[in-house]
Write a protein that binds this ligand. Structure first.
Ligand code: SF4
Ligand code: SF4
Length: 384
């Protein structure tokens, strides 16, 4: 029988302890693993901004989940292909993922982001309308693998909310993600969820983000986790917690119409609005530019070297996107930004310029500059 339980747990005391509580409340990890040998953990590491910004999944949640997986005699794997405009390895470096995985006995799955046949396998999505077949990691296709979805509770400038259903995009290769952006992101998110159903979802609302999420919105400081088995039900509960009408989120509206409203039963904390979320401003120009970058990527990638995408090239030009910029009048050349930047040779203090070919827009330099000599440019995160 389907487990309809949704657990709401606050993280005030300790995030790891709260994660263990949430897992126990939905029936325990044994009931999720059911003898499976592997667990594929899918966090939200869309870019290299750490969890205190509300952009990415908190390591404490992943650590607790991995412990529970191992206690069931199974092996935890972590898999995430960051957003197309970001470099995979640089994102892992910014987040310190390699070390974290090593310390916690988690295997970091490094897959070919372009969908090479050795790493990926195509599946059919019964009930899908646009994205009828797509590739997923080969490991996920193994009968002994369980999928544990670990999204972040935040807004999204393109899809309004980024919750459980949308988070699965990060285990699709980049060509599929281009298809989704080009042919209707909202329907494609629903289609993707017809094809992949996680065995467990725990939404990270330790911080969360509203306004212009998913990367440069406002920290929401929700201090909550929401766990369950059904992605749509989990997302509907998350919306209630932040005062968002599900039908104002286009992919949830489509999911309700095409999948039907699921039943659920909440355990744990009482359901009340934790914070009234401010949704992203409608930036039609930004959305049109973003959409056309994916459309034009088809001819671009036929001509360019494998692995190069138009949106990466445009972002790397330093002309668009959220990006730091040094104010030459204010800068004292103290060197703090260079020490803070986790990537090598990005900031040149001789000429006071940032190399946008390698900068991954984490904004740590902006946050640490003692002279406030770094400003942030760009459409989203309009801090200047
Ligand atoms: S931290 Fe600020 S003041 Fe110091 S070198 Fe960098 S930009 Fe200049
Ligand atoms: S230059 Fe600043 S924004 Fe760019 S990667 Fe380094 S710390 Fe992050």
């Amino acid at each position: 029988m389907e487990n309809r339980t949704i657990a709401i747990t606050r993280t005030f005391d300790d995030i790891e302890a709260a994660t263990h509580r949430a897992i126990a409340s939905i029936g325990g990890m044994q009931s999720v693993m059911q003898g499976g040998r592997n667990a594929l953990l899918k966090p939200n590491f869309v870019a290299g901004r750490n969890a205190t910004t509300g952009s990415t999944t908190h390591f404490a949640i992943i650590k607790a989940v991995a412990e529970e997986v191992r206690a069931c005699g199974a092996k935890p794997f972590l898999c995430e292909i960051p957003g197309t405009e970001f470099d995979c390895e640089a994102t892992y470096t910014l987040l310190g993922l390699e070390q974290f995985c090593q310390d916690n006995h988690i295997s970091l799955l490094r897959l070919d982001p372009e969908g090479g046949a050795e790493d990926w396998i195509e599946i059919q999505a019964t009930g899908a309308r646009v994205l009828r077949q797509f590739r997923v990691p080969r490991l996920l296709h193994d009968q002994g693998t369980r999928l544990i979805n670990l999204p972040v509770l935040k807004t999204h400038v393109v899809s309004i909310m980024s919750l459980s259903m949308k988070n699965l995009m990060g285990i699709l290769p980049r060509p599929e993600r281009r298809t989704m952006h080009t042919f209707g992101i909202d329907q494609c998110i629903v289609d993707m969820n017809f094809g992949i159903q996680p065995d467990l979802t725990i939404v990270d609302g330790c911080v969360g983000q509203d306004g212009d999420g998913p990367l440069y919105g406002d920290c929401a400081d929700l201090q909550v986790l929401v766990a369950g088995r059904n992605n749509l039900a989990v997302d509907l509960v998350c919306c209630q917690l932040v005062g968002v009408k599900p039908r104002s989120v286009p992919h949830l509206k489509l999911a309700l119409a095409q999948m039907g409203k699921p039943d659920w039963q909440v355990v744990g904390e009482e359901m009340s609005i934790l914070k009234q979320f401010i949704l992203p401003q409608k930036k039609s120009l930004y959305r049109s530019i973003f959409w056309s970058m994916f459309l034009l990527d088809y001819p671009y990638s036929w001509l360019a070297e494998r692995g190069k995408h138009l949106c990466t090239t445009i972002y790397n030009s330093g002309l668009v996107g959220t990006r730091p910029q040094i104010n030459q009048e204010r800068c004292t050349r103290c060197g703090t930004c260079v020490e803070t930047c986790p990537l090598p040779n990005v900031i040149d203090l001789q000429i006071l310029k940032i190399n946008y070919q390698s900068c991954q827009r984490c904004l740590l330099c902006y946050e640490q500059c003692p002279e406030h000599a770094i400003s942030v440019k760009g459409y989203s995160g309009a801090r200047t």
